[in-house]
Write a protein that binds this ligand. Structure first.
Ligand code: FAD
Length: 392
């Protein structure tokens, strides 16, 4: 076993760190007051878009996509390290500089588009000029995603889609949606669900769903939405496998986000515990404060190695053409979201009242991490996968 990070990836991390300090830090400082008031204003969204385009120009944003479509063909491990570093910086604009784990960003799923449509849909995403959304979940089908009801029926040279999707991140701002619909009700997940690219003008946004976190998904309705036959991703009937590939491969990035956020919370709490005094001594001199932080360190190291191992396994699978190992992917999704939330919660406690303030360092992380325990497969769904792998 070789646990070292290559010189190339170490150099890449250093150049990304420089990018964050040069391009993101000043923007973060400029909007400090807005963050303190818990605001997410249009100028902040514009600033996030500018960071994204700068990152696209420098190559970081979609580095994990192949060179032939404008990426660097960066390994999953390489992209995972960048996501970790962005999250660990504690800058709330930092993840705007990277595609993953944002479902609005370009995805390898789009490589399954016919060649002539890549220019129209994938290229603007690679340049940071467009965004997409991933529309699988429905009011009656979340954890049990194969139970979706949205239908697609072939009509001449088109497919006609009808149904409702909800909790769709970026559905209101996306230029197009990747929509999963039933094309054969008997086969469902096993050859009966197809993925379609649906342009924004072919669906309606019906409501915004405000959440605990700073991301607010929307409900979208497909009502006789017509798309040309070439807007199918991959093979007709095999969209569910594509959805699972998308989710499994993306879990190293969610794992890395949790790992980075947990490290940021711990580092902030350690700094606070050393200087804040109560009862005549620094907080850190109480083992009731220092021991939970020691436990955080242990949880973080466990997250780190599970995450890096998954990223490595995704790279091995890609090299051999094998499927991404579902068990490893579920272990990381469950463990990292669960433990990072625990770490953030312990750190909030160390900060006391300051930990609850909107402009405090860990409050936003705590809310975001709570959300991650539900989205893209709740913890219990991951445990279902793990227990099945155990033959249970
Ligand atoms: C902020 C946010 C953003 C999202 N973004 C997207 C997106 O961009 N695209 C998209 O398609 N979806 C998106 N989702 C949907 C998300 O993936 C689902 O919410 C998630 O998969 C859970 O589905 P559900 O909410 O329908 O919960 P349900 O399926 O109703 O499950 C509720 C709870 O029941 C438990 N549970 C379910 N099944 C089992 C079981 N078999 N055994 C034990 N316990 C179980 C779990 O604790 C689960 O949390 C988003 C959701 C949120 C909140």
């Amino acid at each position: 076993m070789d646990f070292s990070i290559s010189d190339e990836l170490t150099a890449l991390r250093a150049s990304f760190a420089t990018f964050l300090e040069r391009e993101v830090r000043p923007v973060e400082d400029r909007f400090a007051a807005e963050f303190g008031r818990g605001e997410h204003t249009e100028p902040m969204r514009v600033a996030a878009g500018a960071i994204k385009r700068r990152s696209c120009a420098e190559g970081f944003y979609a580095a994990y996509l192949p060179e032939e479509v404008g990426g660097w063909g960066l390994s999953n491990l390489g992209m995972t390290l960048l996501v970790e570093d962005a999250a660990r910086s504690g800058m709330r604009f930092a993840l705007s500089a990277l595609g993953p784990p944002d479902p609005a960003a370009p995805t390898p799923l789009l490589l399954e588009l016919p060649e002539h449509l890549r220019e129209r849909y994938l290229t603007p995403l690679m340049r940071g000029e467009a965004t997409m959304c991933f529309a699988l979940t429905e009011p009656e089908a979340g954890s049990d995603a194969q139970a979706i009801r949205t239908r697609a029926v072939r009509d001449g040279d088109s497919w006609v889609l009808d149904g409702t999707k909800h909790y769709i991140t970026n559905g209101d701002r996306a230029d197009f949606a990747v929509v999963f619909a039933v094309t054969d009700a008997d086969k469902r997940a096993h050859g009966g669900i197809t993925a379609f690219v649906v342009p924004r003008d072919a669906y309606t946004v019906t409501k915004t769903q405000y959440t605990i976190a700073d991301t607010h998904p929307v409900e979208i309705v497909l009502d006789g939405s017509r798309v040309p036959v070439d807007h199918v991703l991959g093979e007709v009937g095999f969209g569910f496998y594509a959805a699972m590939r998308f989710l499994n491969a993306g879990r190293a990035f969610i794992g890395a986000q949790c790992l980075g956020m947990a490290q940021w919370c711990l580092e902030s709490a350690i700094a606070h515990a050393r200087v804040r005094t109560a009862f005549g001594k620094p907080l850190a001199r109480n083992q009731a404060v220092s021991f939970p932080l020691a436990e955080c360190k242990v949880e973080i190291e466990a997250m780190r190695w599970l995450t890096y191992h998954l990223a490595w396994a995704v790279d091995q699978a890609a090299a051999s053409g094998a499927a991404v190992p579902m068990l490893d992917s579920s272990i990381v999704k469950y463990f990292n979201t669960d433990r990072a939330y625990l770490v953030a919660d312990r750190c909030v406690q160390v900060f006391g009242g300051q930990g609850l303030l909107r402009d405090g360092p860990v409050e936003a992380a705590l809310r975001h991490l709570r959300m991650l325990r539900v989205v893209e497969g709740a913890s219990e769904v991951q445990k279902l996968v793990i227990s099945r792998a155990l033959g249970l």
